[in-house]
Structures are given as structure tokens and as C-alpha cells.
Design a protein around this ligand. Structure first.
Ligand SMILES: [Zn+2]
Length: 455
């Protein structure tokens, strides 16, 4: 009944909503996939592929990508970026496209913006990719993003109603006092969803040093943890967060719950940090308007104007490059300048170089090298974890066993409205039975709560 009611409410919301993406600069999921595939044909440092997975009759065919200069020998650090975990946060995947244009199309407006705003010239990017492999999922929640594109503007769940940021096998299934099934249902079991399994397998095999998931709904930056009430204490996390914040956000930072007081369970961030032991794990909330009117889900989660859109995609594509540069500096003791002579090439070498099999680029970075160059003040490096096809980068880190933290900050907004929605099932029943005016009233209330919930 609740699901049926929710559908009614969302339909009413959509009808009542006047806001929508401006498709003169936003891109559909299929346009993003097509352009990335097209770029990869002429961009030797970009490879894209598809990965299928299914749970019963629910199947997805996800695109994944890798930026890497496979022709460059030597050790490489690794960074994974996930875009589009929640359908309604369209702007997230727009950043993936911007990043690909910066990397693959020297001379483009996107590349020019990266050079002008942050000094990330094509030579700088080329140098970065001689030392960094950057794997990414451009649209993790592709089924629902397509629904959002057709007007289901408040939908954050996957194609069968599961929040894939509550489906990870770490503290899975715990329901806090603010739990909202319509926004946070974590599935029948951990990793029940094909989207989550595809990402898990890709990231676990890749063994990155850094991970970031790009969300929207507010402009804040988070580090672990989501499920307890304190932020992680590792100095490296704080140092990197501070660096990226100063250059790209100048916003509130911390663990999500420190800001919101709302705990989330089974999240990607906590899985990456605690289970896969990725030392530099973040969630970035890159845009959105928490004060948007209740009927305007698109505006609540996305830039509306072209100017706002450009600012977001330019800034956060730059932030990912900054993160990559910092990972290279910390793990390899190499500062990317765009001016350094590279082996076999002169300074300012173009981004496009001879292609080579990407599989050959799984160069190992030893824990010893990481310890030498890397996360100062974090203690001795642990033994490296063996990785199929290459050794893993395992940076030193320390997690206090009693660490407490709170969860995600945009969830503060969700928590604020949690009580309002907590009464929703009863109100909804009335709405369904009576219909008409009561139904519309309930629809607007639910729409408001839905539009305020974020990561
Ligand atoms: Zn989100």
C-alpha cells in the first residue's frame, strides 16, 4: 500500500512540479554513455566498457571507465570515482562527462576552463595520467536516472526501489530512528542489487588508494563514518579534505553525521573505508539548494542555470584532478606540475599518446613506496595486500576501534524532516482512500520530504 501510495504521491508531485532540467546543457544517461564511448575511440588514455548484472528479472548494463596512460611505464597510484549513485542527482554524472572532455579533448572549452581555473593544462593532465589510474562509474544508478530524465524528478532509489547507498555489506540493515523506507530501503540483503555488486567487484579488484562518490543536494564534503557519531581520525583524511576544500569547496566538512546527527547504515563510504581499507575515502556533495521550494526536486539537487551548471562541472572535475594529483604526490612522491620532463618525452607532451593494452598498466606500487612518500604522521605501512594482476596500494592508516561518528550531512536535512514523514504511512492511507484534496495534500507533504532527503 505504501508503495502504491508513493507512486501516486510522486505522480502528483511531478505534475505539480515546474522545475526540470534544461536539456540544452544537461545530458541524458544515453548521451553520456555514447559520448564517453565516442571519446574513447580517439582518446588513448580513456577506456570504457560495459558490465552486466542481474537480480532475478531486474538487470542492468552499467558503463565503467578508466583514465590511464597505458603506454607509460612505472608505478601508478589509483583513484576510483563513482558518479550518479542517486537518480535525481543528475549533476553528478555531468561531472564525469566534463572530466572526460578535459582529459580527452585538448583545446576544448572544458580543457581551457581546467587550465584557466586550476592550472590543469593538457600537459598537466598528461603528466598526471602517467602516474595515476583513475577508474570511474559514470552513472551508477542508470535505470533511475533515465526515469528522472522523463520527469520522475524526486526518485533517488534504483530501478526497483532500493537505495544502493544502503545496500553495502557493512552495518547493513540497521534502521535508525529517522529511517525512511521510501528513501533508504536497503534491499532484501546486502549486495542484493546488481548496481552495488558491479561497483563492489570493480573497486575491490582495482584496489585504489582513494575513493570518492559524487552526490548532490547541498555543498559539503564528508569523510567516514556514516554509521556512528564521529569522524575518522586518520590525519591523511583530514589533510586531503582540507586541501580539496580550500581549493574547490570552502564549505562545511566532516563526517556526515557530525553535521546532521543522522546515522546511515550499509553505505558505500563505510564499506570502502572499513572493509576494502581504502584510506582516502570521501563523499562530496557538490551542489543543490536545501532551501528550494517543496515542489522543486530538480532545483533541490541540481544547478538550474547554465552558469551554475558550468561552475559545478568545472569545479568538481577540477577537484577530482586535484585529488588525483594529491594521491600521486603522497604515494609516489611526485608532484605533478605539467612542466617536468617525462621519460621518453619532453615537458608539455600532449595528452594523447600511443595506445597500449590497459591491462598492462596495472603497475604495482609497493607499500614501502607508499610509506616513504605518503601519508605522513599516520604510522608505519602495513604489508601490501596482494592484488590480482598487480600489487595493491595500501596506505598506512589507523582506525580507533572505538571510533564513533555520525552520518551524512545532506541527511541532516532528511533527519530534519524525518518526523514529518514518519507519520506518512497513516496519512498516506487516508490519502489513498479519500483521494481528491486529501490525496493532493499528502502528495505535497511527501514531495517536500522526498525532495529534502539527500545522500
Ligand atoms: Zn545522493
Amino acid at each position: 500500500m505504501l508503495l502504491a501510495a508513493s507512486s501516486l504521491l510522486l505522480a502528483a508531485h511531478t505534475l505539480a512540479s515546474a522545475d526540470a532540467p534544461d536539456w540544452s546543457f544537461y545530458h541524458t544517461t544515453d548521451e553520456i554513455f555514447a559520448e564517453l564511448e565516442s571519446l574513447a575511440k580517439s582518446c588513448p588514455v580513456l577506456k570504457v566498457w560495459r558490465q552486466k548484472a542481474a537480480s532475478g528479472s531486474y538487470a542492468v548494463n552499467t558503463q565503467l571507465g578508466l583514465f590511464s596512460d597505458a603506454a607509460s611505464a612505472g608505478k601508478k597510484a589509483r583513484l576510483h570515482v563513482t558518479f550518479g549513485e542517486h537518480g535525481r542527482e543528475l549533476i553528478s554524472s555531468e561531472v564525469a562527462l566534463q572530466l572526460a572532455r578535459v582529459v580527452c579533448t585538448p583545446g576544448s572549452p572544458e580543457a581551457a576552463a581546467a587550465a584557466k581555473r586550476f592550472g590543469y593544462t593538457s600537459a598537466w593532465v598528461a603528466e598526471l595520467l602517467r602516474h595515476l589510474e583513475l577508474q570511474f562509474v559514470p552513472v551508477e544508478n542508470l535505470v533511475t536516472r533515465r526515469k528522472v530524465e522523463k520527469g520522475d524528478l524526486c526518485n533517488r532509489m534504483n530501478g526497483r526501489g532500493v537505495d544502493i547507498n544502503r545496500n553495502w555489506d557493512n552495518h547493513w540493515g540497521i534502521k535508525g530512528p529517522e529511517y525512511l523506507a521510501s528513501e533508504e530501503y536497503g534491499g532484501t540483503k546486502a549486495f542484493s542489487e546488481p548496481e552495488t555488486r558491479i561497483s563492489r567487484d570493480a573497486i575491490a579488484a582495482f584496489k585504489p588508494l582513494g575513493f570518492v562518490s559524487i552526490h548532490a543536494g547541498i555543498r559539503e564534503m564528508y569523510m567516514p563514518y556514516d554509521h556512528i557519531s564521529r569522524q575518522a581520525t586518520d590525519p591523511a583524511l583530514h589533510e586531503v579534505m582540507a586541501l580539496i576544500n580550500k581549493k574547490h569547496c570552502r564549505c562545511k566538512t566532516g563526517s556526515a553525521g557530525q553535521i546532521s546527527g543522522y546515522h546511515a547504515y550499509g553505505t558505500a563510504t563505510d564499506y570502502m573505508y572499513e572493509i576494502l581499507k581504502i584510506p582516502l575515502t570521501f563523499t562530496w556533495e557538490i551542489a543543490g539548494d536545501p532551501d528550494a521550494p517543496m515542489k522543486e526536486c530538480f532545483k533541490a539537487f541540481n544547478p538550474v542555470t547554465k552558469a551554475e551548471y558550468d561552475e559545478s562541472v568545472q569545479n568538481w572535475a577540477g577537484a577530482i584532478l586535484t585529488f588525483g594529483g594529491e594521491i600521486v604526490r603522497r604515494s609516489l612522491d611526485i608532484t605533478v606540475t605539467g612542466k617536468q620532463p617525462a621519460a621518453g618525452g619532453a615537458a608539455g607532451a600532449p595528452a594523447v599518446v600511443a595506445a597500449a593494452p590497459v591491462a598492462a598498466s596495472a603497475a604495482a606500487v609497493t607499500a614501502a613506496a607508499a610509506a616513504t612518500a605518503g601519508l605522513r604522521g599516520v604510522g608505519a605501512a602495513p604489508p601490501p595486500i596482494a592484488a590480482a594482476g598487480g600489487a595493491a596500494v595500501v596506505m598506512p592508516r589507523s582506525i580507533t576501534s572505538t571510533a564513533q561518528s555520525r552520518s551524512s550531512a545532506a541527511w541532516a536535512i532528511e533527519a530534519k524532516l524525518g518526523k514529518q514523514l514518519a507519520e506518512q504511512p497513516r496519512s498516506t492511507s487516508v490519502g489513498v482512500v479519500l483521494g481528491g484534496v486529501v490525496g493532493v495534500f499528502v502528495a505535497l507533504r511527501a514531495g517536500r520530504a522526498l525532495c529534502r532527503a539527500a545522500s
